[in-house]
Design a protein around this ligand. Structure first.
Ligand code: TXA
Ligand code: MG
Length: 536
């Protein structure tokens, strides 16, 4: 078959729509990645899509619409669907709904649900409108390889196998849409994307599906069937490196010294530290990483690299989607460097009872690094930390002594000031944490716990084996703060308002420990939470 190359003009979009109406398949740009579209009501078009991609036919397609209400024709909608589409559509969000009969089972891999998405890309929208029918489209790549973020990627994978490609230039986001299913009034994230958990949780309750971190085996059937296949993988095997960033870079340098063709994915900020013919740099920010990742992974196919080592960026916001794709590209292959004993991050709101949980973990044999304690130990008169703080918060230092209440007062109600304080202190604290963990490992500790209220903000979560969040009811937390810190109820409330709410922790932590009043129950919850990561 000769593939037709089309431009995003009105005339060419009409041509593309005619191809769809005749049962053909056309690749088109969206804001996330390129899709390979066919008539969603036609089983024959679906068969052509599967054949062109080399995709297993039990892996369902997403149907693309030009407006949220159009879903009525193809699926059974509900209030949450409209809440979500009002907030985020058109845009990079896909919602799973029960399907109507007009969608043939060939499109949904035999499932009785259908994935619905309303893309925002003007060319995608014009194309869907011109077709006058829902467009079933997976990403327009060879099955298993990274999704195409430019028409040249589609050409490389599918030239001669599909009827046409509409070239709309590079995709703005670069990672596929967020996929949610709706369950018990909750949006359950099956695939993270540019509509982040934080954004979703402003509208509905949110949960993460376990398939996001756990390698599927024969016994687990992932909710999104596509997530069980090796994915996004370049032609070269990828290994993720976890550990202190400097150790990760050191490990990469050693590999490069042994074999100069070693592939490396690190950050732009590492440019001075590490160089090599197959070293590639991701931008430091998650948005830039999302945009660059797939193209960068594809690029390794054209090098002589036999293995690629990659850093693991921070998982907050869009970073979660970046890390998810990297983890899939690596087929869950992770190597720990530097500190190799399991490290559990421990975080949560003030007064939730982190210290109690840390004490229980200590009894169970953990080395505990308490970031609060480390910080306070660095605040002696004229210490390097106090001198540094004086530059940014002059009002809080007199005669080389830090006025901690004044500093606390200033930051607890001001998010910008808190962020500044954090950026000044995190680096110093974390270097101390890393040094202590290395020592603990040498001393024979079997695992370590890093107790940090600012775990995610500091980026340290990326170095943890897993992150445990401690949650407790607000009234319990307030009472604990009043007793522990000797503050008024009013002050406790204002501190709470300056912190992340509980949803944040439920969304970002791997495990949640509910800290009620019963100590026996708490011990059991702790044992349960760590059982997956610590072999005792
Ligand atoms: O951004 C995107 O979503 C892109 C553009 C083209 O819209 N599309 C895309 O499609 O990434 P695809 O086919 O590569 O990925 C669709 C994912 C697969 O993992 C599939 O298993 C899941 O969605 N999926 C589709 N229908 C489903 C359903 N009814 N239930 C659960 N998962 C479903
Ligand atoms: Mg895909």
């Amino acid at each position: 078959m000769k593939t037709l190359y089309l431009k995003p003009t009105e005339k060419d979009i009409k041509t593309a729509a005619r191809i769809i109406k005749r049962g053909g398949i056309v690749a088109f740009p969206t804001e996330t990645v390129y899709g390979l579209g066919g008539d969603a009501t036609d089983a024959g078009s679906a068969a052509k899509i599967y054949a062109a991609k080399g995709r297993p036919s039990d892996n369902p397609l997403i149907i693309h619409l030009s407006k949220a209400e159009d879903a009525e024709k193809y699926a059974i909608t509900n209030d949450i669907y409209y809440k979500l589409t009002d907030a985020f559509c058109p845009g990079p969000l896909t919602v799973i709904l029960p399907k109507k009969d007009i969608i043939p089972p060939e499109v949904t891999g035999g499932l009785d649900t259908v994935a619905v998405r309303i893309p925002s890309h003007p060319v995608a929208r014009a194309f869907i409108k011109a077709c006058g029918v829902a467009i079933a489209a997976p990403s327009a790549n060879r099955s298993g390889s990274p999704s195409p973020t430019g028409a040249e990627h589609v050409k490389a994978d599918l030239d001669g196998k599909i009827d046409a490609i509409i070239d709309g230039g590079p995709c703005e986001i670069g990672l596929e849409s967020t996929i949610v299913k709706l369950s018990g009034g909750c949006a359950v994230i099956l695939r993270p994307g540019a509509v982040t958990e934080e954004m979703l949780s402003a509208v509905v309750a949110v949960r993460r599906d376990r398939s996001l971190y756990v390698k599927p085996d024969e016994n687990t059937r992932p909710e999104a069937p596509g997530m069980k296949y090796r994915h996004y993988a370049p032609d070269v095997p990828v290994t993720l490196l976890k550990g202190p960033h400097s150790d990760v870079i050191g490990f990469m340098k050693n590999r490069l010294a042994e074999d100069e063709s070693t592939g490396v994915i690190c950050l732009e900020s590492d440019k001075d530290a590490i160089r090599g013919k197959n070293v590639r740099y991701l931008p430091n920010d998650a948005k830039g990483q999302a945009n660059a990742l797939f193209s960068l992974l594809r690029g390794f196919g054209e090098t002589d690299a036999k293995r690629v080592y990659s850093v693991m960026p921070s998982r907050t916001g869009l970073g979660l989607a970046v890390c998810n794709r990297l983890t899939k590209a690596a087929g869950f292959s992770v190597e720990y460097v530097g500190v190799t004993i399991p490290v559990l991050g421990l975080t949560g709101q003030s007064g939730a009872g982190k210290s109690t949980v840390a004490a229980i973990l200590k009894e169970r044999g953990a080395y505990v690094a308490d970031c609060d304690e480390i910080y306070h130990g660095m605040l002696y008169k004229n210490s390097p930390m106090v001198t540094e703080l004086q530059k940014y918060f002059p009002f809080a230092v007199a005669d080389g002594v830090l006025d901690r209440p004044a500093l606390a007062e200033a930051v607890f109600s001001d998010k910008d000031k808190l962020a500044l304080l954090n950026s000044v202190t995190h680096k110093v604290i974390l270097d101390e944490v890393r040094a202590r963990l290395k020592k603990a490992q040498e001393q024979g500790y079997k695992f370590a716990v890093v107790d940090a209220s600012q775990l995610f903000e500091s980026g340290y979560d990326a170095e943890c084996t897993a992150v445990i969040g401690v949650c407790a009811e607000q009234e319990t937390r307030i009472n604990r703060m009043i007793l522990r810190d000797g503050i008024s109820r009013q002050k406790a409330l204002s501190r709470i308002s300056g912190q992340h709410n509980e949803d944040f922790f439920r969304v970002y932590c791997d495990e949640i420990i509910e800290n009620g009043k019963d100590e026996e129950q708490l011990r059991e919850a702790v044992a349960r939470a760590i059982s997956k990561y610590i072999k005792e």
